[in-house]
Design a protein around this ligand. Structure first.
Ligand SMILES: Cc1ncc(COP(=O)(O)O)c(C=O)c1O
Length: 360
């Protein structure tokens, strides 16, 4: 269920929504660095702990800085509710712990961030959760993979790093018909470019570490969607503890003020770079949804307002060994781009995913 869209535009909501002011009336959001909160009396403490009245209790599950970040992101994703987590991976783990039990099955795709695949294959299977892999771009494979045990469809679009695009309308419709919950990692686009909850998608997930921060400073994560589902994930964060720190939430809340501007600038630069790479004699293939040559360009442009900031490409080579050797030579030769694995920064970066972010 999506929240009724605010009459304010995206960029206004990005600077206004979520802000809570203290009795001092500060214009810029205060930072609430405190692990716990005090109560007027024992009765109030008991009511707050039992969720019988709203109010702050303990920063593992209630903190004003964290709530400001959650509410701003919920507004931008047009979600009813949002829960923040310590990182993107802890958001994915919390979804699994909150919504799955032994015997359930996840249907997902190999076109995923490497650590997400490791989480599913190495850890979820240990607790009796089955995982099936299908082609991200073929909705009919998602439909065929459904069994009575299927509880979750999990996907990224565009995918990291090859920017494969999922048809959110088609996959979401298949899932709704089968009573399966669909989770979309919206890390590559952010709500400034794509709002998955406008499609039949249940939950949207973020590594806030990436564009939501936008300057490579903090780790964070979040899951947004209907309150009934977010409550189940919030219960995991409360009890198991993968909570976002107040400081990181404060940084992220402020960062989102410039999200739309940054994503527009990122997309413009990425498109120019992708077009240049496509003409380069040493480049075999460029993967960028904003290019007309991307096999799913039309679909991407229906779902996204621009191509996003990630450009992937393959160098011409005769075999895998030569491809890796040429890729390493290129990574070592750049003078301006940073050699680092964290995308979403204001500074351009270069990485060889097969030996780094997707290598283990
Ligand atoms: C698409 C995607 N999802 C999730 C993650 C995990 O996020 P984090 O590093 O914040 O745990 C990443 C990290 O690079 C990512 O690229």
């Amino acid at each position: 269920m999506t929240k009724p869209v605010s009459p304010m535009g995206f960029e206004t909501r990005a600077v206004r929504d979520g802000t809570m002011r203290s009795e001092f009336g500060e214009h810029s959001e205060a930072l609430y660095l405190t692990s716990s909160f005090v109560f007027d009396d024992a009765e109030e403490a008991a009511r707050r702990f039992q969720n019988l009245e709203p109010g702050m209790v303990y920063s593992r599950f209630t903190n004003p800085s964290v709530q400001m970040f959650e509410q701003r992101l919920a507004s931008l994703e047009e979600a009813q509710d949002c829960v923040a987590t310590a990182s993107g991976m802890s958001a994915i783990l919390s979804v699994c712990l909150g919504l799955l039990k032994s015997g359930d099955e996840i249907v997902t795709t190999g076109s995923l961030f490497g650590a997400t695949i490791q989480l599913f294959d190495n850890f979820m299977t240990k607790f009796g959760v089955g995982v099936k892999y299908v082609d991200l771009s073929r909705p009919e494979e998602w439909e065929a993979a459904i069994s009575p045990a299927t509880r979750l469809f999990y996907l990224e679009t565009p995918s990291n790093p090859l920017t494969q695009v999922a048809d959110l309308q088609a996959i979401g419709t298949i899932a709704r018909k089968a009573g399966v919950i669909t989770v979309v990692d919206n890390c590559f686009c952010t709500p400034a470019i794509q709002q998955p909850l406008r499609f039949p998608i249940d939950l949207v997930l973020h590594s806030a570490t990436k564009y939501l921060d936008g300057q490579g400073r903090v780790l964070g994560g979040a899951v947004a969607g209907p309150k009934s589902l977010v409550d189940q994930i919030r219960a995991v964060v409360r009890t198991c503890g993968p909570c976002l720190s107040a400081f990181n939430a404060w940084v992220l809340h402020r960062s989102m003020e410039t999200l739309a501007l940054r994503m527009r600038a990122h997309s413009e630069s990425a498109l120019a770079l992708a077009a240049w790479l496509e003409q380069h004699p040493s480049v075999a293939r460029v993967f960028y949804p904003g290019l007309a040559s991307h096999p799913q360009h039309a679909l991407a442009m229906r779902q996204q307002s621009s191509g996003g900031a990630i450009v992937s490409f393959e160098l011409k080579a005769d075999n895998e060994g030569q491809a890796q050797e040429r890729a390493f030579r290129l990574v070592n030769a750049v003078s301006l781009f940073s050699r680092t694995g964290n995308l979403g920064d204001t500074r351009s970066i270069i990485t060889h995913p097969a030996s780094t972010t997707h290598g283990r």
